[in-house]
Design a protein around this ligand. Structure first.
Ligand SMILES: *[C@@H]1O[C@H](CO)[C@@H](O)[C@H](O)[C@H]1NC(C)=O
Ligand SMILES: *[C@@H]1O[C@H](CO)[C@@H](O)[C@H](O)[C@H]1NC(C)=O
Length: 534
């Protein structure tokens, strides 16, 4: 009964729609030079100031100015967040699927209306260009739109009359409290891969955004609340290692979605699994673009440059390695020319093609990897290490960099660089190129550029990578499919979003029932309209 009443309250809450964000609450808008704004926790439907004595500074990557502080939530606050998720779960799971769908339908509308606002926060905290930040929100929005089709996605299966009077059917049911740990490179898209799918299935969710870029998640949480999601169905905490360990260990958390580095992913997979949780972990990558000499040259060079240097290379799907096959080697000078023409600037400046890296440490790491190329015998054809961006001299900028004559045993090939650096290898044949790609431990994405269908077919068939593009440089699947990274790029057994996403966030209950025909109530047809109380 309590659950029924609570579900009714949820429904009443869902029907109140508020549409516009009051922009006075989030970190960027409250910024003034005298006071550094603090990022709030979102617990039980309230944005609350943390009582923590440990705070992390947030810097604008284009200037390194301090723009905010984010707390490392205390144990008590994290406990309160999980309890809130746990309390909200029974009523939310009992809320009809149509009502949950309504919340998501309103949510996709509110995200659309506030897309530019979210993108501005991303550019401020993460550094990517505004256009790219809008793309970040848009790709997440597509997952929200897909989550709206939950009524089809969550269908179970039935097998009638397996024996006399006996039927078998299965339901998909939510797991309980699920948690997400997101990286810094896609502040909107990746959180949106997680909580909307989990919640539309009836789970409640604990989100830990990257402590470097929390703003977008906070705004997304506000918009979800405005869409009618009941208090406690989504809670947001902040922090680093302690928060991660807390999530891996807490007995009330049933599943963890993680995207980020290999080291963290392996750790979370091991630690979470040991505590009996489902874990899906999307991790590092080294994505190869194989260029055949029969490719459309114009198109291929543009695609390569965009996919290698866009978002300053801080995409796990960045095409960071080119393999030029045969005569395609001759295109290298033109590739360099195109890369040179890209405009490096602060993300909010008009015309910027790529912005800064996330932090001074990231810049140093990328520069060291470029140095290693020189030391190990590669050639730097274009060097972005000493770039100066006018007006932004303190930013973490690295310009487009191209390293050629790279061999598979070099450090710059083996490590994921995560910066605007394209390493170029050369082979004589397609078979050699395939061997290189398959020998690499990562299997996130790959692309082949060719005008020959048979070559494309052969490559797609033989390459052991989860996502393949044919003349498409960044083959991130749309949400009706799943994000299918493989080998060292993924741990777990069900991928993000699409049908696999629904499987990850639900469990099956199978019912075998027998209703004997002879037990059917014998009643003579009622010819008179039944009257209550007779
Ligand atoms: C692959 O790329 C995506 C998107 O950039 C990233 O989030 C993810 O961590 C990477 N790895 C896998 C296996 O998906
Ligand atoms: C890579 O292998 C070649 C040939 O086996 C060798 O000469 C070279 O020193 C190696 N380079 C590195 C960086 O290990």
């Amino acid at each position: 009964m309590a659950a029924v009443l609570a579900a009714a309250a949820v429904r009443a809450r869902i029907l109140q729609v508020s549409s516009k964000v009051n922009s006075s609450w989030h970190p960027a808008s409250s910024f003034s030079s005298s006071s550094v704004p603090t990022v709030k926790l979102f617990i039980g439907g309230k944005f609350i100031e943390s009582k923590s004595d440990k705070w992390i500074d947030i810097h604008n990557p284009a200037t390194n100015e301090l723009i905010g502080r984010v707390p490392q939530a205390t144990k008590a606050e994290m406990d309160a967040a999980v309890s809130s998720c746990k309390r909200a779960f029974p009523a939310w799971a009992d809320t009809s699927i149509l009502s949950r769908q309504q919340v998501l339908l309103r949510y996709q509308q509110l995200i659309k209306e506030n897309l530019k606002e979210i993108a501005k926060l991303i550019t401020l905290e993460q550094g990517k260009t505004l256009a790219d930040a809008e793309g970040d929100v848009f790709r997440g929005l597509q997952v929200v739109e897909h989550a709206c089709s939950v009524t089809s996605l969550m269908l179970g299966e039935t097998m009638p009359s397996i024996t006399k009077d006996m039927d078998l059917y299965s339901y998909r049911l939510p797991l309980g409290v699920c948690a997400g740990i997101a990286p810094f490179n896609f502040p909107a898209m990746i959180p949106l891969w997680m909580f909307p799918m989990a919640m539309v299935c009836g789970n409640t969710f604990l989100m830990k955004p990257s402590e470097r870029v929390p703003g977008a998640t906070m705004l997304l949480a506000k918009l979800l609340q405005d869409s009618g999601a009941p208090d406690g169905t989504l809670n947001v905490i902040h922090g680093q290692h302690e928060a991660v360990n807390f999530i891996c260990d807490h007995p009330d958390i049933k599943a963890i979605s993680f995207v980020g580095s290999n080291q963290a992913g392996e750790y979370i997979f091991e630690r979470g699994s040991r505590h009996g949780k489902r874990v899906q972990a999307n991790m590092g990558a080294k994505n190869h673009g194989v260029v055949m000499p029969d490719a459309n040259k114009e198109n291929t060079l543009n695609q390569l440059v965009g996919a290698a240097f866009g978002a300053a290379g801080q995409r796990c799907m960045a095409l960071s390695t080119a393999i030029l096959v045969g005569e395609a080697k001759k295109w290298l000078p033109e590739l360099v020319e195109r890369a040179k023409n890209l405009r490096v600037n602060a993300g909010d400046q008009p015309g910027a093609d790529l912005g800064p890296l996330i932090s001074p440490q990231a810049k140093e790491r990328v520069c060291n990897l470029i140095d290693s190329g020189t030391k190990e015998g590669a050639s730097i054809l274009l060097d972005g290490r000493n770039i100066k961006v006018k007006g932004y001299e303190n930013g973490n900028f690295v310009g487009p960099t191209i390293i050629s004559n790279v061999k598979p045993n070099m450090t710059c090939y083996k490590e994921e660089i995560f910066g605007p650096v394209l390493v170029v290898l050369e082979t004589d044949t397609l078979d050699e190129a395939i061997k290189i790609v398959n020998d690499n431990p990562y299997g996130n994405g790959t692309a082949i550029f060719t005008t020959n269908g048979a070559t494309a077919r052969k490559y797609s068939h033989l390459v052991d990578v989860g996502q393949v593009g044919v003349n498409v440089p960044i083959p991130v699947p749309l949400p009706m499919f799943s994000f299918t990274g493989s080998r060292s790029s993924f741990r777990g057994d069900t991928n993000f979003y699409g049908k696999q996403g629904i499987q990850f966030y639900t469990q099956l209950k199978t019912i075998t029932s027998q209703w004997k025909e002879e037990d059917a109530t014998l009643s003579s047809p009622a010819v008179v309209m039944p009257t209550m109380g007779r």
